[in-house]
Design a protein around this ligand. Sequence first.
Ligand SMILES: [Zn+2]
Ligand SMILES: [Zn+2]
Length: 307
Amino acid sequence: MSDTPNPTPPAQRLIVNPLLGDRVVQTPGRMNRREGATVCPFCADIAAGRWPDDQPTWARPNDFPPLRPPLGECYVLLYAREHDLTFVQLGQERVAAVVDLWQQIYLDLSARYACVMTFENSGEAIGQTQHHPHGQTYGVSFLPPTIERELAHVTAAYAQTGTCLFCQVVAGEAGGPRVVVETPHWLGFVPQWARYPYEVHLYARTHVANIGALPRGGDAARELATALIQLVGAYDTLYEAPMPYMLALHQLADERYHFHIELLPVGRAPGKLKFAASAESAFGLWLNDAVPEIKAAELRTVLAGGQ
Ligand SMILES: [Zn+2]
Ligand SMILES: [Zn+2]
């Protein structure tokens, strides 16, 4: 490598690992974000009248964006004006508004970017720095490695079978022992390849490529809000506290792709976390301390009110 030290770091730099093909974004400005700040910047927005009165949710520009144009754009997705609510406490109406915000931001950013990464990091254990209920969105000009790999496998499957690999997964899981949530529009299950004990993937039952393709305010959007509240609530019950989790919308403006949400809860038992340690981080080999069928049964019991 011929790079020489640069006394003025660039605002951002996209590097491709020549050994793996993975991308790394270097974004030194984020080192100074507001851990430990005593004033919530989002409550300050409300006090200053910056949050438009007619919007129940708000896509606010990220003050410490890891990506800037032309590489990307980053927003904080504010879920509610109330500072202290957990995702479950938001309730049906406000989570439905969150789903609507996910749809709006997708439609906006997908016009300019190759991928819209909408996600949430919940809990200090996985790096949440602001407690006001929120998620995030990055519009990115390239495909994140995981989405790229999924698309490659799906494309290969189309060539082989002529059908969507994700749809095959939905058909294979429906009615099976790993199912956790079933609604007319969604199937939630602990995938056979789960990395975290309580990992749940929520798939659209019909083939849609992204959340922007769902009718806004329709049954599918409402069912999604209900399912997410139930799942996160079940995590909290099993963890006996708010379980730290990641939530990621996997979507693309590509009809071969199939919209799904991955819930990656990092709790494995009350007070115990699953870390991406050496096997996972250094070797890419995930060790799951649990069997998906058993964890799915536990989640079903909690969701049925049996615990
Ligand atoms: Zn706040
Ligand atoms: Zn499909």
